[in-house]
Design a protein around this ligand. Structure first.
Ligand code: ADP
Length: 301
């Protein structure tokens, strides 16, 4: 097969591993920077150009689109879909997962366990917003944040009020969430391929920190997940419409709570923690599904 990987950098671990795995299985693979793709939007023959060349003949495309380029990146992916190229994850599914409010609303509609969450842009009554999610301590998240930046733990109501006032004063939309203390600085990342959890890891925040992001000094280890956690992760990915996803779960006193569904989950931490060759599993998934032409939306919606 001829496979495109949409990624800004060839040397990123996940991109490198996918290239390696694809080559090993006899495919031709090209890493394309989505920002350098330019497109011709005509009804008869949609096309994409890259460095003066007309991109044709691809069987599959693997989107590895960073959060900061979601808008343009999903437009490029949509163009591939319109050309009939099989996307590992479809552009609509990525857009759903990237929009944190939309994602939480869709998950709650399906009855998937979530931390009690409020969101606001310009509330006149901050007290009421705090009350709505059960009071302090609570977690406040900027809608734009990634890798733990813009995620604040407010231990007291006073702290929550002042953080909320300053974020909202900066005209940022925020999520306000119950703090799951019993998670004790840990969360579980479930890696999903084709509706199955194929690997999982526990991420533990370093001492004195509640955010377990590996970028913030968290450590990863293998973990056995419960059937309830497995089912929550699978349902969350399915609700987004993602074939490949990283679902983050908090272990709470009232069960598994889904925190986020990641549409471009990194491979490095989880391949190391689980000892699994996820890159090859992804390529195998593409081999099975691209040949059957299993594209749901072809750029619709
Ligand atoms: P980002 O998407 O920027 O990584 P997250 O929402 O995943 O932000 O939060 C970062 C980390 O903070 C999580 O991995 C988790 O360890 C911790 N965390 C987030 N929300 C909560 C919460 N409601 N209760 C307890 N810990 C939380």
């Amino acid at each position: 097969m001829k496979i495109a990987i949409l990624s800004r950098k060839t040397r990123l671990y996940s991109t490198r591993r996918l290239v390696e795995a694809a080559k090993e299985r006899g495919h031709r693979v090209y890493v394309l920077d989505p920002l350098r793709c330019y497109m011709n939007i005509t009804s008869h023959r949609p096309g994409i150009h890259y460095r003066g060349e007309d991109l044709r003949g691809f069987d599959a495309v693997i989107p590895r689109i960073g959060a900061s380029i979601t808008f343009y990146g999903t437009a490029v992916l949509r163009q591939f879909e319109m050309m009939g190229v099989y996307p590992l994850n479809e552009s609509v599914a990525i857009s759903r997962a990237r929009d944190k409010l939309r994602a939480l609303q869709l998950l709650s509609r399906k009855g998937i366990g979530l931390p009690v969450t409020g969101f606001a842009s310009k509330p006149d009554d901050i007290q009421d917003l705090i009350e709505m999610v059960g009071g302090a301590p609570l977690v406040i998240k900027l809608l734009q944040g990634t890798q733990g930046t813009g995620v604040v733990l407010a231990e007291t109501r006073k702290a929550a009020e002042s953080v909320l006032e300053s974020f909202l004063g900066l005209k940022e939309s925020v999520l306000v969430q119950e703090y799951i203390r019993e998670a004790a600085g840990a969360d579980i990342r479930c890696f999903i391929i084709g509706g199955k959890v194929v690997a999982s890891m526990k991420r533990q925040a370093r001492e004195g920190e509640f955010r377990s992001n590996l970028h913030r000094g968290g450590t990863a280890s293998g973990i056995r997940i419960t059937p309830e956690e497995r089912s929550a992760a699978v349902r969350a990915a399915k609700t987004m419409g993602l074939n490949v996803a990283g679902v983050d779960i908090l272990r709470s006193n009232h069960g598994a709570l889904v925190m986020e569904v990641n549409s471009s989950p990194g491979l490095e931490g989880i391949e190391k923690a689980s000892g699994k060759d996820l890159a090859t599993m992804i390529i195998q998934f593409i081999e099975e599904n691209a040949s059957q032409g299993r594209i749901r939306t072809r750029g619709q919606g």
